[in-house]
Design a protein around this ligand. Structure first.
Ligand code: F6P
Length: 306
């Protein structure tokens, strides 16, 4: 998120605009935590994880009275357009705000779940994947040295993207995700054969948190595959860390796209990266659409589910 903030501010200034920063997300809009952005505010932040602006969920924003307060805070400074970095919740809030007061906004998709309709990529995903890759590579050292099985639970509330990509990148033997049907009997048979012919002495299984199978699978591996099994839940380490090169560059494209969209008079576009092209889509597609099926990825992962 920080590269996106920096680029939006720097680029807006080169366009002769006067950018402001809103701290603490929706809560900050209501409580007037808004300041004009200087170059200093955004210098030296490219490499930092999280967001220098901080973030928050705000129940008050559902209430028109507080949205009006937020609008007045913006109006008093002459702020006429907003860029929001986040997921469907943040976009939905800004869409409501646009319906209320006609204040245009542009959205930059950012969620490690990579599950925003209309775009193949959301900021943070590559950084999270690299955290997972590093962790699984480290866990593999114990797995191989002690002939153990490890079940590693990665984030992804409804979407198995992180689990699928990291399973392939880290060479997992098992991958369980909400999108693909799995078959424990055939997994058992596959691993049993490998154990029998001596090619399987340790095991890495990656599961998406959304399937809620971490505990069960760990016990199942002990009982059915007769392997010493441990569960590692990676948790919030996946949401931190210095942004990777890919994330930094994607942030630049999305931020420039967002400023340009607003300059061109767009009122509610969400930046996208789709089929290798940068572009934007309507807020309707994001709120009503479905995450595009990733058939090629599913096909690569299917052998790990059975
Ligand atoms: O939606 C992104 C995500 O990282 C999910 O993968 C995860 O379930 C959730 O956020 C964690 O949210 P919180 O930090 O509120 O526990």
């Amino acid at each position: 998120m920080n590269p996106a903030i920096k680029c939006a501010v720097d680029y807006a200034r080169t366009q002769g605009l006067k950018p402001y920063l809103v701290y603490d997300g929706l809560r900050g809009l209501i409580d007037d935590k808004i300041k004009e952005a200087s170059g200093d505010d955004v210098s030296g932040i490219l490499h930092r994880g999280g967001t220098i602006l901080r973030s928050s969920r705000s129940k008050r924003f559902f209430d028109i009275q507080y949205r009006e307060q937020a609008y007045n805070n913006l109006k008093s400074r002459g702020i006429g357009k907003l860029i929001v970095i986040g997921g469907d919740g943040s976009f939905g809030a800004l869409h409501q705000f646009y319906s209320d007061f006609g204040l245009p906004f542009a959205g930059i998709p950012a969620t490690i779940d990579n599950d925003i309709p209309g775009t193949d990529y959301c900021l943070g995903v590559d950084t999270a994947l690299n955290v997972i890759r590093h962790s699984v590579d480290s866990i593999r050292d114990t797995a191989t040295s002690f002939s153990r099985a490890f079940v590693i639970e990665v984030m992804g509330r409804h979407c198995g993207y992180l689990a699928m990509v990291s399973s392939l990148a880290c060479g997992a033997e098992i991958c369980l995700v909400p999108e693909i049907e799995y078959d424990l009997d055939s997994i058992q048979e596959r691993i049993r054969k490998e154990k029998e012919d001596g090619s399987r002495t340790y095991l890495i299984a990656i599961v998406a948190e959304g399937v809620k199978m971490g505990d069960y699978l760990t016990r199942w591996i002990g009982d059915s595959l007769k392997m010493d099994a441990r569960l590692t839940v990676l948790g919030h380490v996946q949401r931190g860390g210095s942004p990777t090169v890919r994330d930094r560059i994607m942030a630049y494209h999305f931020a420039v796209g967002a400023v340009n969209a607003l300059q061109a008079g767009e009122t509610s576009r969400i930046m996208t990266y789709k089929d290798g092209l940068y572009g934007s889509t309507s807020i309707q597609e994001v709120s009503d659409g479905k995450v595009s099926a990733r058939e090629e990825l599913f096909n690569l992962c299917r052998p790990l589910c059975c």
